[in-house]
Design a protein around this ligand. Structure first.
Ligand SMILES: Nc1ncnc2c1ncn2[C@@H]1O[C@H](COP(=O)(O)OP(=O)(O)OP(=O)(O)O)[C@@H](O)[C@H]1O
Ligand SMILES: [Mg+2]
Length: 386
């Protein structure tokens, strides 16, 4: 979301766990943390550090809202690209890859064709076609299974560790709404259990509540398959370092003020670093970016709300907004929320539970509150326009 990329800071502990997992192949990690906290940046840095030691492919649902077909094709193509680089000679790569697909096709009795052609530069390009002309579509389940099985085969053939990174993993779980993919999480579990010790998976995402549920609930097919690494805020020292890297002439004093204001949240810091006017205090900048309709924090808060509540009808959206505005920067028990919003006490638990599942609201012993600072402050300075 910020324009300039600042040199990578800290995250040493998480990074060393991820890098070690390339040797200790049995571990699959899940990076879970709130929006813009730095998960994708960690994964990109990990891929860079691993370099030639493993075949690392990264699929990011926040960059491409993949359909099951797109996801499978992208996984197959990225693995092919990485494998082809290592085989030496494009002709050889082409023939190796053809024979891998032939093997997989025989094992899995696929009802579609895999076409491998060299592009203008001689790089192998994979396309998937229905076997019979009258069939318009390929079977989604078979295709997804093929893509995962291909990762395992590439690891075997190349005798190299393969690491598949799936960023914003919750969207893979959403494939369950496609016909034939209701059991996507079982398919993925099967992949994990059959992958052999040359393939590992790293998943990541910002839907904390949902991901924690699908990865650690005893009833979930993925229970026990991932070790969760929470990605939290940066420590003060690194926060200041990041701020001063992003804002060349900033003093340590200014950086500390920013830390006091927004904590160690990289996106907040970088946004302040980028937008602060010379004569403003960080607090003034923060207020300006929050209150102006085109301010970065104002846009961010509205984006979060629209993104999370967008799936609901207008009438429901307005009740969610009423609750959020009522909470603002306070913590309230359900009875108080009911009194102030005039939503009946019996309907509120459902709304609050939804807000919790979107990670917008948190529940503590004192009641309910809005989780994210920028959102809290946005809700406090804007009025409920519904
Ligand atoms: N350790 C870091 N060093 C330098 N910059 C960082 C670091 N962590 C995050 N950033 C920067 O902060 C911003 C947000 O990071 P990133 O996109 O990785 O977050 P995310 O957790 O993947 O967010 P989302 O959930 O929205 O996908 C980016 O501009 C990124 O470059
Ligand atoms: Mg990300």
């Amino acid at each position: 979301m910020t324009s300039a990329t600042v040199e990578f800071i800290d995250r040493d502990e998480i990074m060393s766990r991820l890098v070690n997992s390339v040797q200790d192949r049995n571990v699959c990690y899940a990076l879970i943390g709130s929006r813009q906290i730095g998960k994708t940046r960690i994964l990109r840095e990990f891929a860079r550090r691993v370099g030639e030691k493993a075949i690392v492919v990264r699929l990011d649902f926040s960059v491409n809202r993949y359909s099951p077909e797109d996801f499978s094709s992208a996984l197959i193509q990225s693995l092919t690209d990485e494998y082809a680089k290592r085989v030496g000679g494009r002709k050889r790569a082409l023939s190796h890859i053809s024979s891998i697909f032939q093997m997989l096709k025989d094992i899995q009795r696929l009802r579609f064709s895999i076409v491998i052609e060299a592009d203008e530069q001689g790089k192998p390009q994979i396309s998937i076609k229905p076997e019979l002309a009258e069939e318009k579509r390929v079977n989604k389940k078979e295709l997804v299974e093929l893509a995962f099985a291909y990762a395992t085969k590439i690891a075997e053939e190349s005798r190299t560790q393969v690491v598949v990174i799936i960023d914003e993993f919750q969207y893979l779980a959403d494939f369950a709404s496609y016909p034939g993919l209701k059991s996507i999480m079982e398919i993925f579990r099967h992949t994990l259990d059959e992958r052999g010790n040359n393939v590992s998976y790293i998943v990541s995402g910002s839907r904390i509540h949902f991901l924690t549920h699908i990865l650690s609930d005893g009833k979930s097919p993925l229970f026990g398959r991932f070790t969760i690494i929470p990605v939290g805020e940066l420590e003060e020292k690194y926060t200041c370092e990041l701020y001063m890297k992003a804002r060349k002439n900033a003093s340590l004093e200014e950086a500390r003020l920013v830390y006091e204001l927004v904590g160690g949240h990289p996106f907040y810091l970088l946004t302040l670093a980028e937008n602060k006017h010379g004569d403003e205090t960080p607090r003034d900048t923060y207020q300006r970016l929050l209150s102006e309709p085109t301010g970065a924090f104002n846009l961010y808060a509205r984006y979060i709300i629209a993104e999370d509540l967008g799936s609901h009808a207008k009438a429901r959206q307005s009740r969610f907004l009423k609750i959020l505005h009522t909470l603002g920067d306070r913590t309230m028990p359900v009875s108080e929320i009911s009194k102030q919003t005039k939503i009946v006490l019996t309907s509120l638990p459902w709304y609050l539970q939804q807000l919790i599942s979107y990670d917008l609201v948190a529940k503590s012993k004192d009641g309910y509150s809005v989780k994210e600072k920028v959102l809290r402050d946005y809700l406090t300075i804007t009025t409920d326009s519904v």
